[in-house]
Design a protein around this ligand. Sequence first.
Ligand code: TRP
Length: 340
Amino acid sequence: MKPENSEKERVLSGMQPTGNLHFGRYFGAVKNWVDLQAAYDCYYCIVDYHAMTMPYKPANLRASTWNGIFGLIACGIEPRNLFIQSWVPEHAELTWILSCFASYGEVQRMTQFKDKSQQVAEKDKEAFISVGLFTYPVLQAADILIYKPKYVPVGKDQEQHLELTRNIAIRFNQQVGKEILPVPEALFTEIPKVMSTADPSRKMSASLGDKHNINVFADPDQIRKQIRTAVTDTGTETSSAMSPGVANLFSLLKASGQTETYAELKSRYEDQSLKYAELKEVVAEALVRVSAPMREKMDHIQANKKEYKEMIRASSESIRKRAKHNLDQIKDACGLMITS
Ligand code: TRP
């Protein structure tokens, strides 16, 4: 069983097994997960049950799940903190239990369901909206509450789901008359908003297409090329009144750990002006530097897939023991039969 680390507070988060790991996702979520490992007892999962809530291809799901796992390990998530949701089917069992403590009215108010069901309907007239998409946030509550974490690092878009999770925990405790489920808190960290370099009015995202996102595992020349073609502004010289594209380049620079300001960068050059081409070179090199160790680690993982899969199988098994233990406590509290 994954040992309960009594000195460190527990953190849990999940991520969908969607394809390509780009810099927006890395700076926006993954880097934060990596950094939290030093101070917290972390549980991170790839949520493959959640990936079934929208129309999807069964034949591709497992590959995307492993892709997600390998990407996280390459970025610095320790395998012992990482698991695959469907290897811990207790999440699904707890979903049923919690669905009986979730208010229908409240689940109906989830804006993500409204957005996603609209997406499904617009994309394909024949497609249906699944009940799974509706109960998605209850599965998320189960992911969280089964490990009794103190914090859940998520983006602001997940605030409503976290509030639902808290309400479910409070209602459960009230109904069973015991404080079985600690009420978790969202951990919102300040994250840089990374925009598409091809269209800086939109967020960097995999779904917009190849030119709208830069893969963290891309080779250096690909990264340089994508930054070189970034939309900046007309003219060749930068000015302190920044266009969205230029501001985005500075955000990328800052996210890469390079804190030079516009004035400082300018003073690097003899004529005290900063050309777009020069700024882009600085940004590209910063991204190449940040991603070099991750690319190297990914090569290593790709050459040793079997070993890494085995590590995740083992960590999932050990985390599952913890989940089973907590689930039995929950079942006992609500009057169900328990297995041990
Ligand atoms: N819904 C989350 C997202 O879209 C993913 C997720 C699933 C999650 N289960 C979770 C996040 C548990 C935090 C905790 O980003």
